[in-house]
Design a protein around this ligand. Sequence first.
Ligand code: ZN
Length: 201
Amino acid sequence: MGDICNGKTETSQQSHSPTTNSKRLDYISWHEYFMATAFLAAKRSKDPVTQVGACIVNEENKIVGIGYNGMPIGCNDDDFPWGKEGKETKHLYVCHAEMNAIVNKNSTSLNNCRMYVALFPCNECAKFVIQSGIREVIYMSDKYAYKRSTVASKKMFDAAGVKYWQYVPKNNKLIIDFSEINWTNMQQVPISPFKNNEEQL
Ligand SMILES: [Zn+2]
């Protein structure tokens, strides 16, 4: 997968030695980074069945919106239903990840942005995507491709010229290990040179 930002070719999964003077080569690609960000956001979801995250990125590869599926603001997670059966279902209330990522945007416009999302957007979210100016949707799973809502999404995306394609990760797992940084060892903190200078003055 090429680097989107500056045209350099990214090569992942190559080992590197910390003693060399060259850059490390096992860094993650832009696609991996943004899809992983969407997956990380999904970890915030309270939905017991489906956790979805979405990450919106502008043409400069800067993240401009993140969201996950959840109850609307002020609607308590414990008071509203999370089930799919009966008169009261989550479908009446839950805001999807795509919609939340769009309304959470931290830039004026989402024109020409792309969205990374775990699951192919439903028809309601597809409307949001189109109206917001997002031009590309990168998804992982299209497991509801048979549903009328997904068929409608694709029909609208095709008509509006929104590109969509499936991201197939090179690695099934991307592990975040908080212990990598050895955060409990305070001796790692370097002495501030400014502090020394001030002392000398
Ligand atoms: Zn949706």
